[in-house]
Every structure is written in C-alpha cells, then in structure tokens.
Design a protein around this ligand. Structure first.
Ligand code: GCU
Length: 431
C-alpha cells in the first residue's frame, strides 16, 4: 500500500523524483531490480513482422489484414484485457457551451460524457480549451490526467471537481486532494491546437478495491462478481474512456477529429500507448515515461519488470489477469513493447523519457522504438533513423520520435517545447 501511495505523488512533479534518486530501490515488492547494463545479458523479443504461423510479413496488405489483428488480440488477451466497444446509450451533455478563459486566449467548453443510461454509471467530465482566435475546426491534444481538471489546469474559472481518495476510497473535492502538476496549455493554444483533459478516475478508480465503483463492474455478466482472466484492467478502461472522448470530438464542430493527439504520463503513458494502439482514430501519441507495461522492452531485464508490476501489492488490477502469467518469464511472453509501438504505425509517436528514470528504463523504450522501425518503414513512414541511444536533451523527431530530458520520472517544463514542436509537425495546425 505504501508503494501505491508514494508513486503517484511523483508523477508529473517538476523536480527530481523518488525513482530518479541515487541509488534507486534495489528491491521492490520483495523482487530484486536490476540497474546494471552488464547484467542485462542477451535477450530476444518477438518480431512484429512475423505472423503467428512463422511466415514473414512482406507487404502492407498482409500487415493490415493479418498481422496487425493478431498482435491486437495478443495484447488484449495477454496484457491489457478485452474492453467492450462503444456503448449504445452513450450521450454527450454540453454543460458549458463556450466561455472566454485563460486571459482571453481560450474558449472553454465542458462536456459530460454519459456512458450509459443506468444510474450510478461513471461520467467523464471533459474540459476543452479551444484557441480563442480559431476560425476553423482545430486539431486537439487530449491529455488524460491524474487530477480533476480544476487541479490540472491553471484556470480559476473551473468548478472544483471530485477525485477518489486513495485512503478512504471515497470521493473528495479535488481542492482537498494532492495535485500532480499542471498542464502547460498556453503554448499548445498558441500553436493553434486545442487542449482537452479529464480525470482518469472518472472512468475507473486507481486501486484494486475500486472495481465496484468503476466502469468495468457495469459490464459484468449476470451472476459474475469478478472479471475473467482476459477481461479489461484499469489501463484498458482508461484507454476506453479516451475513445469515448474521441466519440464526442467527432460530434464537435469546433474540433477536427481527424487530428487528435493523445498524451499521458507514467501509468497514463501506458494508457495512451494502448489507446493509440487500439483506436486508430487517434492521429498521434505522446507517451511520457510509460516504462514497463508501456513502451519499455519487457524481454530486457532492466528496472521494473512484469513481476514488479503485477505483484499482488502493486498494480495487477491495471492489467488483464493473464499478464501476471508472464511475471518471472518475460522471455516466454508472446508480446513486447516493440509490437505495441508497431500497432501505432504509421501514426506519429513521441516517447518522452528521463535519463535518471532508471525504473522506467529509458533505454529500453528507445530500443523498442528502434525495433518497431521496420513496421513504420513498411508503411512508408520514417523510423528513428539511428540505433544509437541519444544523450539527454537531443530530440529525434521523425514519425517515430524520442526525447529524453535531463532528470527523473514524469514531465519537466522544457518537455512541452518538444511536445509543441512534434504536434506542429504532425497535426498541421496551420491548415
Ligand atoms: C509505479 C509503477 C510504474 C508506473 C508508475 C506511475 O512506479 O511501477 O509502472 O508507471 O507507478 O504510474 O506512477
């Protein structure tokens, strides 16, 4: 429990992080952690361009028709869990139509996304900031947040939201809760791109006991009291929530729903990796420090492993129950992060890491991206263009992009400059 509470506190902090400290913890949940490159040893990982039957994928058609669906199914069944589709009863309630905000730079809208007509179903409280000067539908950056919008955006005009209290498991006003740092909305707006955000706990609380209060319990079949081994974990639920926001964007005339990039940090970095991989309507992905279970290679034993992630005292509820089968046996797992990245192809992806975030294995994220390069190339896009891990503060910006800041886990203010550059190139706000 101690661990669960300590970690989110570091997320999005703008300074040195616990996990970036020297020396990093050598044992987590009773499982040793390797931070020594010399001890990583040799390893192999599955090839995204080899079909389950052992034949290789030589053309884009075989990728789209055969291999991509195979990989999606592996991740659904073995890692994140299978989520339902779009709910039939989904509806959008515009609670604020458009109010000048952020010193006149933005028009703020608020929309409640109802996921069912049943009472007590979770509701996503979405906030959008559109550039005040926009004359046409704008591209968007959708960031999934650890806090309610009133905590994650510097906007006194927002009503105080509600968040789950991890200790009492009850909802409390967001201004009584811990904050996780703010989204830097203004430079994105200045680039002609809108920003939207919602609280991840609106969809599913981030603790094992939260199941009954989250969206997943509404999908249990009659007689079931718990989910099955292939059913969705919280990360798949949060990603599903992002898709529901995309459903809404498709109805909002001020948004160009074909140009929506998604962003999240840490466990929400894992969430945006899966949301982008699974829902091809998202145009681009920025994953910050997603680490193990996200963009870092599991077959490489460095920092956190599947065993640490799925240890009973840590985060098994965030994944399909099946994921725990690979704890201690990552070499047997039929999937790895290179395949997850390949599912995002040909759409642009930026992996943002930190050079002292050893726990999340920034090098393992880079190597996964290198290994996904052949899929980007097969689909006519650019790979990273190098196999040499760059030093901190040297962004590589292609269709596959990588940036490591000088510091620990989470985002630092200068990361936003790289985000904006990436978004400008790929979302074409000038159009
Ligand atoms: C823990 C966990 C990571 C996760 C992080 C977070 O550190 O081990 O996998 O990314 O929490 O979300 O804060």
């Amino acid at each position: 429990m101690k661990m669960k509470q300590a970690i989110p506190a570091c997320v999005m902090m703008l300074c040195a992080m616990a996990w970036g400290q020297n020396p990093p913890p050598s044992m987590v949940a009773g499982i040793p952690v390797n931070y020594d490159e010399a001890k990583v040893g040799t390893y192999t990982f599955p090839d995204p361009l080899m079909l389950n039957n052992g034949k290789s994928v030589k053309d884009a058609k075989t990728w789209w028709k055969k291999r991509r669906p195979e990989i999606v199914s592996i991740f659904e069944k073995q890692q994140y869990g299978i989520a339902p589709g779009r709910p039939k009863e989904e509806s959008f309630e515009v609670v604020e139509r458009g109010t000048p905000a952020l010193k006149g730079k933005a028009i703020r809208k608020r929309v409640d996304i109802h996921l069912s007509t049943e009472k007590n179903t979770p509701v996503i409280h979405l906030v959008e900031y559109l550039p005040a000067a926009a004359k046409k539908p704008v591209p968007m950056l959708l960031s999934i947040s650890f806090g309610a919008p009133s905590n994650s955006v510097d906007d006194p005009g927002l009503p105080v939201g509600e968040v789950w209290d991890i200790k009492t498991h009850a909802k409390i006003p967001a201004n009584k809760a811990r904050t996780f740092g703010k989204l830097n909305v203004e430079p994105v707006l200045e680039a002609g791109i809108g920003v939207a955000t919602f609280y991840y706990g609106d969809v599913d609380p981030d603790f094992a006991e939260g199941f009954a209060n989250g969206i997943r319990s509404h999908y249990l079949k009659p007689g079931e009291t718990k989910r099955g081994p292939e059913d969705w974990g919280s990360i798949a639920a949060w990603a599903w929530g992002m898709s529901r926001v995309q459903d809404y964007f498709e109805t909002d005339k001020s948004v160009d729903a074909k140009r929506v990039a998604i962003h999240g940090v840490s466990r929400l970095g894992k969430t945006v990796m899966w949301a982008g991989a699974h829902d091809q309507r998202f145009a681009a992905v920025i994953a910050s420090c997603s680490g193990e279970g996200g963009a870092a290679l599991s077959h490489r034993d460095y920092g956190e492993t599947i065993a640490h992630l799925t240890a009973p005292t840590r985060f098994p509820y965030q994944f399909a129950e099946n994921y725990g089968k690979w704890a201690g046996f990552p070499d047997k797992a039929p999937m790895d992060a290179n395949m997850l990245i390949a599912l995002i192809a040909p759409r642009p992806l930026l992996l943002q890491t930190g050079n002292t975030d050893y726990w999340s294995d920034p090098k393992g994220e880079f190597l996964a991206e290198v290994a996904a390069g052949p899929v980007y190339k097969l689909l006519g896009k650019s790979d990273l263009g190098t196999e040499t891990w760059p030093a901190a503060k040297q962004p590589i910006l292609h269709d596959l992009s990588y940036y490591m800041h000088d510091g620990g886990h989470g985002m630092v203010p200068s990361d936003w400059d790289v985000y904006v550059e990436f978004l400008k190139v790929h979302l074409h706000p000038e159009r």
